[in-house]
Design a protein. Structure first.
Length: 148
């Protein structure tokens, strides 16, 4: 697995830096200020999953975004429970130390607990210090991340 370095790219009325691998793209948005991981619809292993999250954490440490958005609308992997424990222990604290104040997931239509359908934000996991929310509409997630 190789991550391509960040490059400048003109986006939707803003400049964004992007990096990619075969199963995900990381985008650093400037307005509003958030880091995004867009999972691609490909098969992956737990090793690929952990490598991608470690790369996202490294980019958060380097760019120090206010928020992170995970676009899981095309995510096809089912991480093992052990991987989620690893995420709680080793990745979430890195997001917090990078200054992340909000975390959002853009999930497929019909997912449970989405804010769009009456769900609520919550502190998700034993090491989290920021609220996490789930959205079925991308713009709602971006708007929530942009609010103070």
């Amino acid at each position: 697995m190789r991550w391509a370095p960040f490059v400048r790219k003109k986006g939707e009325h803003r400049w964004a830096r992007t990096s990619r691998a075969e199963w995900g793209v990381i985008i650093a948005h400037s307005n509003p200020d958030f880091l995004e991981l867009r999972w691609l619809p490909v098969a992956m292993t737990d090793a690929a999953f952990t490598t991608t999250l470690a790369m996202l954490a490294l980019e958060a440490e380097n760019t120090r975004p206010r928020a992170i958005l995970i676009d899981a609308t095309q995510f096809r992997h089912q991480p093992s429970p052990r991987m989620m424990d690893w995420r709680d222990a080793f990745i979430i604290p890195r997001y917090a130390s990078a200054g992340v104040r909000k975390f959002a997931f853009h999930v497929p239509e019909g997912a449970l607990y989405v804010i769009d359908a009456g769900g609520t934000e919550k502190i998700d996991g034993p090491s989290a210090v920021f609220p996490t929310a789930w959205f079925s509409q991308r713009q709602n997630a971006v708007d929530w991340l942009a609010k103070g």
